[in-house]
Design a protein around this ligand. Structure first.
Ligand SMILES: NC(=O)c1ccc[n+]([C@@H]2O[C@H](COP(=O)([O-])OP(=O)(O)OC[C@H]3O[C@@H](n4cnc5c(N)ncnc54)[C@H](OP(=O)(O)O)[C@@H]3O)[C@@H](O)[C@H]2O)c1
Length: 244
């Protein structure tokens, strides 16, 4: 299989690469930090049919699309590149930070699909995996920009799933809680139900293989969020502000 993984230089993306490394698979690993990608390639190349590195900043939409345009169709596209602004209750995010986050977490996903999706549709097959977040279901005030970007991603993914189902395109949206990575290493609070990177990715890979349209985990964390969302909004607001 030909597999494109964005945000492959660290965290979940690098672990997806490790877990998809096999002699049947050709990996296309995309990120900005070339040395990290090269190190991962060195680690995995004996276990893979082929590894191609795509070094690009996904906010440079033209460059990103030009690099993808020359490639053949993919069997799996894992749209994983993402950033957060961390958690802050004191600082109002600047408009530049907001825009930067949306460029990576939302717009770049469309920039990728605009190029790769028509080829998948022509092949009448392919799998698209969106890496969203449990935070898209429940907005903590300290991470509202991030949460809103992932909620936007869910809506976009839903539309892609409905539109292209009859073209043989399978869409899965992953909604992880906390998983160890460079992104969560920055959090200075105790993260509930924190998973090790390999365990988190193993669970997502399994869900992708089962063609789950929507996979929110860990289950206990997801159920707590579902429960909180059932509460009257004033009570929910009190609880959220208390946790926050
Ligand atoms: N870890 C969690 O608990 C968790 C939970 C829910 C959802 N997620 C989501 O999972 C995804 C992966 O995050 P992670 O936790 O693995 O964090 P991470 O270790 O910080 O990885 C983020 C990846 O995105 C890439 N990236 C960021 N900005 C980019 C840009 N402008 N151009 C190209 N690539 C860029 C980074 O590569 P370069 O810096 O080399 O470009 C890196 O490979 C994100 O979408 C995140 O929102 C994570």
């Amino acid at each position: 299989m030909k597999i494109l993984i964005t945000g492959a230089s660290s965290g979940l993306g690098a672990e997806f690469a490790r877990q998809y490394a096999s002699l049947e698979n050709e990996l296309y690993l995309l990120a900005r930090r070339e040395e990290k990608l090269q190190k991962l390639k060195n680690e995995l190349q004996n276990r893979c049919k082929n590894i191609t590195l795509i070094v690009v900043d996904v906010r440079n939409f033209n460059e990103l699309q030009n690099k993808l345009r020359v490639l053949d169709s993919f069997d799996i596209v894992i749209l994983n590149a993402g950033v957060s602004l961390g958690h802050s209750n004191t600082k109002i995010p600047t408009i530049q930070e907001f825009q930067n986050l949306y460029d990576v977490n939302v717009l770049s996903q469309h920039a990728v699909l605009e190029v790769v999706l028509p080829k998948m549709v022509a092949n009448k097959s392919g799998k698209i995996v969106f890496i969203s977040s449990l935070s898209s279901l429940f907005t903590m005030p300290s991470a509202k920009v991030y949460a809103s970007s992932k909620r936007a991603l869910n809506a976009y993914a839903e539309g892609i799933a409905y539109k292209y189902a009859s073209d043989g395109i399978n869409v899965s949206v992953m909604l992880p809680g906390f998983i160890k990575s460079e992104l969560t290493d920055k959090n200075d609070f105790t993260m509930p139900f924190l998973l090790e990177t390999d365990e988190g990715v193993r669970r997502m890979k399994k869900a992708i293989e089962k063609k789950k349209r929507f996979y929110a985990f860990p289950l206990r964390f997801y159920l707590i969020i579902r429960l909180l969302n059932l509460l009257p909004s004033l009570l929910r607001q009190r609880i959220v502000n208390y946790i926050n």
